[in-house]
Design a protein around this ligand. Structure first.
Ligand code: ATR
Length: 290
């Protein structure tokens, strides 16, 4: 792609940003759509508000936001999408007159990845492992699908309790349960099993690939579908255990793909078709392996 006077600039703000594979992803989308655009990682060390204002003044068309700014950026936005507001976190800024509007495409990304596997969350138990930012997004995405019960377990159970309370407030009538990682087996078998389980902790992430947040075989016996939000390594220990117990397991790469596609569509108005998605997925896999 040639950079010229019309090249559009997009980017990512976060800290750190060195590990990101999003430039390769958006580069692939741009290639397929035939658009001249660049996607630049920007590490923001200090004044987040000044960074957002500066991006706007520099005519940056859109931004992704990653840790630790997904919630902290909200006060600097001109507008926010209702779902992102409910969640209290944004990952996509879309340029509007006078500033940026915040969206969260992580929710749609997760939903699409699960649906692409032919899995429905409605009416079945869903377990979330973790209670940080990623678990929060997964909890809200799952809650929207009306599971029979939403179970949240975490190393620090108090955080699981707080997250469950917040989800119940946003989705009145939703049945929830929460506990420690050690409670996971009992909670899953008590819910009737055949659960969809989302692994949302950093345990098992490269290079600590020998870690898995849960070890009770009861958890894996009750898991029909295990989704690890980690995508490096390609198969985490959690996924391996799900597969060994006869369940279907996925890593987080498809979620990354679909959230990126949703951001790209919001920014450009382009429609990312199946062929573009496949091409971008190949690019992503190569980028992660590298
Ligand atoms: P993210 O934005 O990726 O969700 P985070 O908000 O820092 O990151 O949350 C990290 C999550 O991983 C938390 O649920 C954390 O558990 P605690 O709340 O007890 O800290 C969980 N976590 C991190 N390392 C873990 C480990 N080795 N075993 C189990 N859980 C772990």
């Amino acid at each position: 792609m040639r950079i010229d006077g019309h090249t559009e600039v997009y980017g990512l703000i976060g800290k750190p940003v060195g590990h990101t594979v999003s430039p390769a992803l958006h580069d692939a989308f741009a290639r397929v759509c035939g658009r001249s655009l660049v996607y630049v990682p920007f590490q923001v060390d200090g004044d987040l508000g000044a960074a957002v204002k500066g991006a706007y003044e520099l005519n940056i068309r859109g931004l992704n936001v990653t840790v630790p700014y997904k919630s902290r950026v909200i006060p600097f936005l001109s507008d926010i999408d209702e779902e992102a507001h409910l969640l209290g976190a944004v990952n996509t800024l879309v340029r509007i007159p006078g500033g940026y509007k915040g969206y969260n495409t992580d929710l749609a990304g997760l939903k699409k990845a699960v649906h692409a596997d032919g899995i429905k969350l409605s009416g079945r138990p869903v377990m979330i492992i973790g209670a940080g930012g990623a678990a929060r997004a997964a909890s809200f995405a799952a809650a929207k699908e009306s599971p029979s019960v939403l179970i949240i377990v975490n190393r620090t159970p108090a955080k699981a309790r707080l997250l469950a309370e917040e989800v119940r407030k946003a989705f009145p009538g939703l049945k929830t349960a929460e506990g420690s990682l050690e409670d996971a087996g009992g909670l899953i078998s008590g819910s009737g099993g055949h659960a969809a389980v989302f692994q949302c902790t950093s345990a098992g992430l490269y290079p600590e690939t020998g870690e898995c947040p849960v070890s009770d075989p009861e958890v894996f016996r009750g898991t029909e579908y295990g989704f690890d939000l980690i995508y490096n390594p390609e198969e985490t220990l959690f996924m391996k255990r799900v597969r060994q117990s006869g369940g279907m397991a996925r890593n987080g790469l498809a979620m990354l793909l679909y959230q990126g596609a949703a951001s790209f569509e919001l920014w450009t108005g382009e429609k990312i078709g199946d062929e573009a998605l496949e091409e971008a997925m190949r690019t992503l896999s190569r980028a992660v392996q590298a």
